[in-house]
Design a protein around this ligand. Structure first.
Ligand SMILES: O=C(O)CCC(=O)C(=O)O
Length: 251
């Protein structure tokens, strides 16, 4: 059987695993997360207990390691496949998902939050249809009992669904979800620390709570093509390649 390419898989299903993207940096990634978590980060959301962090935003402002990761070649090589000249990163966060208090996320599309400006007070200046992807980097392994991510394969193809508020968090309504699940499959990949998942911002996804005794930290970097957006002045990364030696003109 013919193997499906990375880009065709993304087009059809809206998600791809990138095994080991940061495997060689597992230790420094983990240390950087700990530095951020113990430093009293500025822009955060809490779990229901009111003290455990649910999300820590603006990682590039919190720690130099994350600033360098954002502008590093690996991120560029992932997004170069999807964006033309440059991209904006509108959200860069860590979900620590602490043992027992770390709740799951109900079924949602990130694009709905972006379009409704409900994302951590950040403005998202775009109209749909935007070219936007999320890169999720597993800092710890992500397994059955510590908060697996779940994706509905192919659900990004039908645009943005209405979300409604249930117990204070917004999700896709149950009827829509039931209909979707009659024809589409759920994919819940187990990840090793250092693996990454790239998914489209329209892809319907959710996650489980952390019922384990360990952490399940995940870093998210959400980026969109600057060519389909009104420029915003922050976190602009050019995809231009550094000039090669043979391109340089001697004077
Ligand atoms: O980290 C998780 O468990 C899921 C997070 C998520 O779905 C989101 O932030 O949109």
């Amino acid at each position: 059987m013919k193997k499906i390419s990375f880009s065709d898989h993304m087009k059809m299903f809206g998600v791809n695993i990138i095994p080991g993207l940061y495997a060689d940096q597992k230790a420094s990634l983990s240390e950087a997360c700990n530095r951020v978590l113990y430093s009293g980060p500025q822009n955060v959301a809490y779990e229901k207990d009111g003290s455990a962090y649910r999300s820590v935003y603006d990682l590039d402002k919190e720690d130099r390691y994350f600033m360098e990761l954002l502008h590093g070649q690996r991120v560029k090589s992932v997004f170069r496949q999807y964006f033309k000249r440059s991209f904006f990163v509108h959200q860069y966060k860590l979900n620590p998902k602490y043992p027992t208090v770390g709740r799951g996320w109900s079924w949602h599309q990130d694009s709905w939050f972006m379009l409704n400006n409900k994302l951590s007070n950040q403005e998202f200046p775009l109209q749909h249809n935007i070219n936007c992807f999320h890169l999720a980097i597993a800092v710890d392994s992500c397994e059955k009992h510590n908060g697996l991510l779940k994706f509905i394969l192919g659900s990004h193809l039908a645009g943005v669904y209405l979300h409604e508020s249930v117990c204070g968090s917004f999700s896709i309504n149950e009827k829509t979800l039931d209909t979707m699940l009659k024809r589409l499959d759920i994919f819940s990949p187990e990840l090793a620390a250092g693996d990454a998942v790239l998914f489209h911002c329209d892809l319907v996804h959710s996650s489980d709570e952390n019922g384990s005794a360990g952490h399940r930290r995940m870093v998210y970097l959400s980026a969109y093509d600057s060519d389909c957006a009104t420029p915003v002045p922050h976190r602009h990364t050019s995809l231009a390649r550094p000039p090669r030696e043979e391109d340089q003109i001697d004077t």
